[in-house]
Design a protein around this ligand. Structure first.
Ligand SMILES: Nc1nc2c(c(=O)[nH]1)N=C([C@H](O)[C@@H](O)CO)CN2
Length: 119
């Protein structure tokens, strides 16, 4: 299966289990691998035949502006569902990092895979 990539997408979100975290915006970093057969897009040089990484990046930015959750897990799961439902993504691997959340770690976060990966 081919893959459309988005790496290091910086998102501003209200996230965190503590009350003070619900009062501020924090930066999240998102890496996405999106399963997609790019054969027809490449053959026809046609954006409409593939996943538009610019449109997806923009939509995820608006999603973060419209929602607030406590857990990284919740953001990850909800963004995966959005990608499946709004963009028809059959398989995805999503890594969500929360830089600076743990003082001695460069990143903390979650990684999930959803859907069935075709060969
Ligand atoms: N598995 C998780 N653990 C923790 C989360 C989380 O979202 N998932 N969040 C926090 C706090 O919000 C933390 O990021 C603030 O320092 C703690 N553990």
């Amino acid at each position: 299966m081919d893959t459309v990539l988005i790496e290091g997408l910086a998102l501003e979100a209200v996230i965190g289990v503590y009350a003070w975290e619900q009062q501020i915006h924090q930066r999240l970093l998102l890496d996405l691998e999106l399963g997609c057969d790019i054969t027809r897009a490449a053959r026809d040089d046609e954006l409409a035949a593939t996943l538009d990484y610019a449109a997806i990046s923009k939509r995820l930015g608006s999603f973060c502006r419209e929602h607030r959750f406590e857990l990284a897990e919740t953001y990850a799961e909800r963004m995966a569902t959005l990608l499946q439902q709004e963009f028809g993504v059959a398989w995805l691997r999503l890594t969500l990092r929360k830089p600076g959340a743990v003082a001695d770690a460069a990143f903390v976060g979650v990684r999930i895979e959803r859907g069935r990966r075709e060969q």
